[in-house]
Every structure is written in C-alpha cells, then in structure tokens.
Design a protein around this ligand. Sequence first.
Ligand code: PLP
Ligand code: NAG
Ligand code: NAG
Ligand code: NAG
Ligand code: NAG
Length: 448
Amino acid sequence: MMSKFPITFSMKHFLVVSLALNVSLILRIIYDNEDGPSKYMGLKKTTMSQYDAKSRREVSIIHHLRLSASTLANSSTCSDHPEDRDRIINLDHGDPKMYEKFWRKMGDKSTITIPGWQSISYFSDITNICWFLEPELAKEVVRLHNVVGNAVTKGRYIVVGTGSSQLILAAFYALSPPDAPEPISVLSASPYYSSYPSMTDFQKSGLYKWGGDAKSFDKDGPYIELVTSPNNPDGHTRQPVVNRSDGILIHDLAYYWPHYTPISSPSDHDITLFTVSKSTGHAGMRIGWALVKDQEVAKRMTKFIELNTIGVSKDSQLRAAKVLKLVSDSTEQENTQELSFFNYSYEIMEQRWKQLRASAEANGLFTLPNFPTEFCTFFNKETENLPAFAWMKCEKDIEDCQSFLGEHKIMSRGGKHFGVSQRYVRVSMLDTDENFNLFIDRLSAMQI
Ligand SMILES: Cc1ncc(COP(=O)(O)O)c(C=O)c1O
Ligand SMILES: *[C@@H]1O[C@H](CO)[C@@H](O)[C@H](O)[C@H]1NC(C)=O
Ligand SMILES: *[C@@H]1O[C@H](CO)[C@@H](O)[C@H](O)[C@H]1NC(C)=O
Ligand SMILES: *[C@@H]1O[C@H](CO)[C@@H](O)[C@H](O)[C@H]1NC(C)=O
Ligand SMILES: *[C@@H]1O[C@H](CO)[C@@H](O)[C@H](O)[C@H]1NC(C)=O
C-alpha cells in the first residue's frame, strides 16, 4: 500500500516527461518548415541551432523539454486569461482561425459522423485516374467552382492532395523532364510565398531545383514558374513573368476566392491549385486539389501521391466535401435568412482592412499596398481586394520591420523570407478577433 503512491507518481512523471520529450522531438523535426510552429513556441532560430552539435545532444533534449513544457503550460493559460499588455501575438503564420465563428454557427449542418466500418479501403474510385479521390469531394469541388465562377472545371482532371503543399511537390515531379542532364529551375517572382524555396530544395531532388526570383531569371532551357494570384505575401493579382515558350506554369490560386479578391473570370490554366486551408479556413483538414488539363500530368501527379502517402485521408476528404457543400448551399440560399459564407467572410475582411489602414495612416510608420476596386462577377458588384496577409513596409528609419514589430510583441515574417528587404513584413489577417484587435491596438499606439 505504501509503495502505491510513489509508483503512481513516478509513472505519471514518466508519462509527462515522455510526452514532453515526444513533443519536443516533433517540434525539432518540423522546426525547419516555414509554416511550422517554431516561432509560436517563442524560440529563435539561433537559439535552436547552437544546440545542434552532437556533443550537446543531451543538453539539447533537456533544454527543449523544459522550453516546450513551459511554453505549453503558458499557452493554455494565456489564451484563457490574456495578460493583454504582455501577450505575444503570433501573426507569422497564415493560420485561418477567424472562420471558426462561422463554422460554430453552422453547428450540425457541417458535422459528419464516420462509423468505424466506413472508409476502410485504400481505394475510392478505381475508374478515376486519381483512384483515391472520393467522388463526393470531386462533385462538391466542381459545384463550388461553378457557384463561385473562379475556375473552369470542364475537361479537367481533379487530383486531391494532402493540402496544396503536397500537390506543389506532385506537380514538380510530374512536370520535370525525367532524363534531363540537370534539374529544371523552379521560379517565382519576388516577393514569393516563403515556403516555395525550401519545399523545392529540401530533398535536394535531382529533378528540380529552386532557381530564385523569376524577374531575374536568365538561364536557357526549360523552367517551371509558380504564379500565385492573388499573391502571398502582397495580395496583388499576378501574371506569369518569364513568358518563354519552354516554360511550364503552375497557378497557385489558394486565394482566388471572393472574400480576398474580386473574381474577374473563371481561371483556365494547365495546372491550377486550390486548398480548403484558405477558402473555407480548414487548414487542419489538409485537403487541397489540382485542376489539371493534361491526362499524363494528372497520372504522374497521382503516382507521386501514391508513392508518397498512398492516397489522401478519406475521412478528411468526406469532411471537406461536407464543408464545401455547405458553402455552396449557403451561397445559393442567400435570399433566405441563411448566413452566406462568402458574405460573412468578405465583411470581416473588409472590416479588418479598414481598421488596419486607419491605424497605419494614424501613426505614419507603415505603408500598405493599394488596390483598385474591381467588378466581382460573384458578388455582381465592385468589391475590394482584401488580402489574407498585410504586406507592410516600414517607413522612417526602421530598417528591420520584423524586429521592430517583435519589440512590440507582434510576430511577423520578414521580407528576406520572400526574397526582398527586411523593410517589409508579412502579417496574417486571419487570426482570431481577439488577436487581431490587440494587433490593431498596438499598431495604433506605436511611435518611434
Ligand atoms: C500560396 C500558397 N500556396 C500553398 C499553401 C499551402 O496550403 P495548404 O495548407 O493547402 O498546404 C499556402 C499556405 O499558406 C499558400 O499561401
Ligand atoms: C513517445 O513516443 C514513443 C514512440 O516514439 C511512444 O512509444 C510513446 O508511447 C510516446 N509517449 C507518449 C507519452 O506519448
Ligand atoms: C511562461 O510564463 C512565465 C510566467 O509568466 C514566464 O516567466 C516564462 O518566461 C514563460 N515561458 C516562456 C517559455 O515563454
Ligand atoms: C507575360 O505575359 C502576360 C500574359 O500572360 C502579360 O500580362 C505580362 O505582362 C507578360 N510579362 C512580361 C514581363 O512581358
Ligand atoms: C452581405 O449581406 C448583407 C445583408 O444581406 C448585405 O447588406 C451586404 O451587402 C452583403 N455583402 C456583400 C459583400 O455582398
């Protein structure tokens, strides 16, 4: 009896330590990912890398363990009772938490139940080139594009991916010449999405290689250009830049939705990528899709995913189908009392951009990109460009904008990650109301 307590205690203790150790190891593994949670945990890259030496491995693990345990403890208390003045706000990632309120309101209408016997097989539809694509998701993808008018789906193959991130890699694989003497260059015009360079070079592929800013590309031979429109980080509508006949284009249209930008016409490209992460705000589902014109390219992209993950979670696909269906339904029932997703999300984005512009104007420390209003075929009126990120340029003699915001406990991503100067930072516009309002309060109060 006497020994029971100490044993239970040490078991518990062991569990906690083991869990913390696991968490810290996971953190370590994903640390290098641009969108990983490293900054979330309040660690600086230099702090981490100084522990990289093998001889310090044990110290490192213990150190990480302590750091991760204390930050985990902190983050849970932080969000409940924010000590607002001292709280760090993390606007580094584009984590789309602002839509949560909408989905809460939808309640059971966006809920699915998956019994234990369902979705057991690897296969979804063996008659489809993308044999792991759930027919229900394919149907809702086509329907939503038709409702919104942002993409041609006729004559396209749909390839589903674990986020559009996996599809970017699948497209690189599918588009690279298999027997070229050297890897094909992958380009994007700066400022480009900060993950492109690292995703391209992470595995040191013999097939493709990051070639830098498309605006200064001068090598002969074929290349792959990523065209991101509207662009992450700056929100501008984009066209290809290199414009050579031996170029292959991937259109990343993660943000081509009416709450971010006026829809001008249905996109109609060879390869177009979309994702639920930014459209409906379900980043955690990890579902993206590609619309692909060429059958061979669709086959090769499917092959990549087969070799990489043997398909894409069916549970997630079914959930994505449900959510996309609700978005289409809510749009088509706009005249009734129903809340339409795009109407809701547009109004929040509009409100946030108004607040941001007012506070930037008031303190004169930042400039923001300006956009003309344009006719949106979806809303059937002139609407604004309301990017998912604020691309802020520091004025006066603030040369390192990320550090400047950091001093005010605002985490952002500096220009160098996007191939430009540190005078620029990218700030997420998609966080919770609480964090966004705190951000605006701090901006408004800033002086130098
Ligand atoms: C332009 C762009 N492409 C792709 C992605 C990746 O999105 P997913 O969550 O679908 O992998 C992002 C996410 O931030 C993005 O901004
Ligand atoms: C930590 O990970 C190991 C496998 O890597 C697993 O066996 C163990 O159960 C995990 N511990 C906890 C507490 O999750
Ligand atoms: C956690 O919170 C405590 C008390 O506010 C603070 O002293 C400590 O530095 C925090 N830890 C981290 C890693 O942020
Ligand atoms: C490249 O072509 C697009 C049309 O696809 C055009 O809008 C753009 O201005 C061209 N860019 C250059 C640098 O010529
Ligand atoms: C959203 O709906 C409200 C009420 O029906 C309307 O006043 C508003 O203009 C709509 N917003 C957009 C962007 O269409």
